[in-house]
Design a protein around this ligand. Structure first.
Ligand SMILES: C[S@@+](CC[C@H](N)C(=O)[O-])C[C@H]1O[C@@H](n2cnc3c(N)ncnc32)[C@H](O)[C@@H]1O
Length: 212
């Protein structure tokens, strides 16, 4: 498990290949995109947020970056148009449910393939189920703790990788206290509803077995 303050550093270094276009969607402060400008000198970095004044502020923040290195985009991430197959889209710092909606719309609204890095909290089971239904595969994943919040970070593609594990079990490591505690917390969460929901019971039973 990595240090909390390193979340954006970690996720900016996850890609294992070059891209021509990289989107920092839901970018807010733009710190991730700024790191990507340095990490990927040959890529065009696209900043995106739905809130106009957030994007306007970025204009000032990026004063020392050549304008041909980036674009600023005020729009709902659901409506992004991907222009080539050599594109990576980051969706970070939001909840799993919102990520499901954004990815669904990105897939249905684009004919070009793209790879994704999602760094989200909550609703991981539902997110993974939805990504599996869309035929995404897992390239790699990380569990990151930032300001007390746990984020599962997944790097996915339709063209490479392996079947996305349903229960995030590839992140489990019995020798790591923080990881064990993450899975224990998830188990307790699902236990509460196990009597009333078949899925919650299934996930609870899986985690109980994993942690035993
Ligand atoms: C908590 S910030 C995440 C900042 C950054 N990505 C990170 O990981 O630190 C969430 C941002 O998502 C933006 N946002 C929410 N829904 C969005 C959408 N559908 N399209 C684009 N931006 C969105 C919000 O305006 C906000 O700035």
């Amino acid at each position: 498990m990595k240090q909390p303050e390193k979340r954006l550093d970690i996720i900016s270094k996850i890609p294992d290949r070059e891209y021509s276009d990289i989107w920092d969607t839901c970018c807010d402060h733009g710190k991730l995109g700024y790191k990507l400008i340095r990490e990927f000198p040959n890529a065009m970095i696209h900043f995106n947020d739905i809130v106009p004044h957030i994007v306007e502020k970025l204009n000032t923040k990026l004063y020392n970056v050549p304008s041909e290195r980036y674009t600023l985009n005020t729009l709902d991430a659901r409506n992004i148009k991907v222009t080539n197959d050599n594109t990576l889209i980051y969706i970070c710092g939001i909840g799993g449910k919102m990520a499901i909606e954004i990815v669904d719309d990105l897939v249905s609204g684009n004919s070009h393939n793209f790879e994704l890095i999602l760094c989200t909290h909550y609703h991981q089971y539902e997110l993974r189920e939805s990504l599996r239904d869309l035929n995404f595969k897992l390239i790699k994943s990380e569990l990151i703790v930032h300001q007390g919040q746990q984020y599962e970070t997944i790097y996915i593609s339709k063209d490479r990788g392996y079947e996305i594990p349903k229960y995030s079990e590839e992140l489990f490591d019995k020798s790591c206290k923080l990881k064990t505690s993450y899975f224990q917390k998830s188990m307790c969460h699902y236990k509460k509803n196990a009597k009333y929901s078949r899925i919650s019971n299934e996930i609870y039973s899986y985690y109980r077995e994993l942690l035993s």
